[in-house]
Design a protein around this ligand. Structure first.
Ligand SMILES: [Zn+2]
Length: 122
């Protein structure tokens, strides 16, 4: 199968992955309590939280970027092992225009609209 059409998308994803990694690292370094943002539990409740208000903002940002980074990394993984560009729900091709707009998309537009309309808890 020809994967050339995705070459520019891969470049885009690699660039974003590098940028997001830098952002996450840089902002983690700014935390008063660096330990507050390790792992996936750093927004769980306030008990034991030594983070001040500024830290909370940082942690929100970091969590946002971390999630995006995970999606971008997962997309690169699919590019490497195969399956990139196929909808995870219906298996149909997601379509190049959508992939160019949202390279980390897992669902085709139809499935995405259904998912948005009836959101599952994630
Ligand atoms: Zn689909």
């Amino acid at each position: 199968m020809n994967t050339r059409p995705y070459a520019d998308i891969r470049d885009d994803l690699l660039a974003r992955e590098a940028r997001l990694r830098d952002e996450v690292r840089a902002h983690r370094a700014q935390l008063v309590e660096p330990g507050a943002a390790t792992g996936n539990t750093f927004i769980a409740g306030s008990e034991g939280a030594a983070a001040d208000a500024e830290d909370e903002l940082e942690i929100t940002l970091i969590s946002h970027w971390q999630r995006e980074l995970d999606e971008v990394s997962a997309a690169l993984q699919r590019l490497n092992v195969g399956g990139y560009g196929d909808c995870e729900r219906c298996g149909k091709p997601i379509g190049l225009p959508r992939l160019r707009a949202l390279p980390e998309a897992r669902l085709c537009l139809t499935c995405q609209e259904q998912a948005d309309r009836a959101p599952h808890r994630s």
